[in-house]
Write a protein that binds this ligand. Structure first.
Ligand code: SF4
Length: 227
């Protein structure tokens, strides 16, 4: 985990290259930085590996961290029918409006292990609708799923479209360069020590070396006078 303002590595955790393991490691590092260094990040920058609904909900609702993260979203339909983005969510009323202007409501019951609400249109509205072939050709009425963390996802999407989001994307490139530097100069592309604890030690040493290099650059060079 890197403090992007100063290019300092705040924490490291070696994981397997599996998305869930990386997300868990990110959560651990954030919580560890809070406990050990009293560091409360205002925002987290990351790619879509950290953009699941659950992770965004954890950042926003549990820690108040702005998600400058690419949203992981598979809701776009590939069969030419309307996707969820074609429906408009009304926060005040907690309802969706379809492209035909009809309302979709929820009973509040959840699916997907409690993580998703379903908003359903009226069967009578859909049956009489000229847009039905482009909306729900095989079902009597259209429903739209909404994650219980959708508010956090909306926030991440809004940030991505903003000027702050553009700045964060540029900063992310800087971080990628730092990782490339670690791999190339400190030869971290191949680990020498074995096992998870070996990987952790090696990353820790490399991060320490990188931070010391950074520190050396921050300290002004002594003004040597000729003897
Ligand atoms: S089919 Fe139903 S949900 Fe789809 S646009 Fe028509 S009324 Fe709206």
């Amino acid at each position: 985990m890197i403090d992007v303002n100063h290019g300092i590595i705040v924490d490291v955790e070696a994981t397997t290259a599996i998305r869930q393991a990386e997300v868990l490691a990110a959560k651990r590092m954030i919580e560890r930085s809070m406990e050990r260094f009293d560091l409360y990040p205002a925002r987290l920058l990351g790619d879509s590996a950290y953009g699941s609904a659950e992770m965004l909900g954890w950042l926003v609702y549990e820690h108040g961290i702005e998600p400058h993260v690419t949203v992981f979203d598979k809701s776009e339909r590939q069969d030419g029918t309307f996707s969820r983005d074609d429906f408009t969510y009304d926060h005040a009323g907690d309802v969706y409006y379809c492209p035909g202007g009809k309302m979709l409501t929820t009973t509040g019951s959840r699916i997907n292990e409690g993580a998703t609400l379903r908003y359903r249109a009226s069967k009578y509205d859909c049956e009489a609708c000229r847009l039905k072939p482009r909306c729900c050709p095989k079902e009597p009425a259209r429903y739209v799923p909404r994650s219980i963390y959708e508010g956090a996802r909306d926030m991440a999407r809004q940030i991505a479209r903003s000027w702050e989001g553009q700045v964060s994307r540029r900063l992310r490139k800087k971080i990628e360069m730092l990782f490339a530097h670690l791999k190339r100069i400190l030869k971290l592309d191949r680990l020498r020590l074995r096992g998870p604890s070996g990987a952790r030690d090696e990353f820790l040493l490399a991060a320490t070396a990188q931070n010391l290099r950074k520190l050396a650059k921050l300290i002004p060079a002594p003004n040597l006078q000729p003897a």
